[in-house]
Write a protein that binds this ligand. Structure first.
Ligand SMILES: Cc1cc2nc3c(=O)[nH]c(=O)nc-3n(C[C@H](O)[C@H](O)[C@H](O)COP(=O)(O)O)c2cc1C
Length: 212
């Protein structure tokens, strides 16, 4: 079937204002739990968009590793393209696409670096091979070939043989603190439900329905 003719009818119960928690992070957790329950692949995957050094947008998937009142935490290489962009422009957005449930959540906010203590704790919880991989990969840099990565991995294995792997200084977390979050639920005839939460005076959330 051509892409032009591919259409899915969204037969879902829909979303009403009364269904929504007043706190969008609680509402996000509810939908995340339902996505995990429905065995959606990688339900904590979000497409993170940043502002490139050239002023254009740039997007990639990262995994949310903690979601609470402070926002959406993710971990990466601090020398990567995304991290360099975030140092220049703290504004970012993220999208969770739970397509099996015909749901999307959009987040806009400001990204700040997590503390070394929080990054240390998370790094310590990672599998050893992921910890070594963080030392081995100069993320977003051109490399000569896969052998270069394997050589760097072998060097890291040698360096940390018989002891815990320390967190590399170039690796750690960021948190996206939201000021807007939109929940989208697919409905029949393309009359989808959309609700947007907007943070007001840094304290309370204003909720409004948007046309699909
Ligand atoms: C499912 C999935 C999950 C990913 N999770 C992460 C992640 O948590 N952290 C990360 O740095 N890269 C992650 N990546 C890789 C990024 O999409 C990206 O390739 C990498 O971070 C380099 O991006 P940058 O050059 O824009 O900095 C993930 C990719 C996929 C497809």
């Amino acid at each position: 079937m051509s892409l032009r003719d591919r259409r899915v009818q969204y037969e879902t119960a829909g979303l009403e204002r009364n269904d929504l928690d007043n706190n969008p992070l609680v509402q996000w957790q509810r939908w995340y739990d339902q996505a995990a329950e429905a065995s959606v692949a990688e339900p904590n995957a979000m497409t993170l968009s940043t502002i490139g050094i050239d002023g254009g947008p740039d997007s990639r998937i990262v995994l949310a590793r903690g979601v609470d009142e402070s926002g959406f935490a993710f971990y990466t290489n601090y020398d990567s393209a995304k991290s360099k962009q975030l140092v220049e422009h703290a504004h970012a957005s993220a999208v969770f696409g739970w397509l099996d449930l015909h749901r999307q959540v959009r987040v806009r906010g400001i990204v700040t670096r997590l503390s070394d203590r929080v990054s240390d704790e998370y790094f310590a919880s990672r599998p050893r091979e992921s910890q070594l991989g963080a030392w081995a990969s100069p993320q977003s840099q051109p490399i000569s070939g896969r052998e270069e990565l394997l050589t760097r991995l072998a060097e890291a294995e040698q360096r940390f043989m018989g002891r815990d792997v320390e967190r590399p200084p170039h690796w750690g977390g960021w948190v996206l603190a939201p000021h807007e979050i939109e929940f989208w639920q697919g409905r029949p005839s393309r009359l989808h439900d959309r609700f947007r939460y907007v943070l007001q005076a840094d304290t309370s959330w204003f909720i409004e329905r948007l046309a699909p």
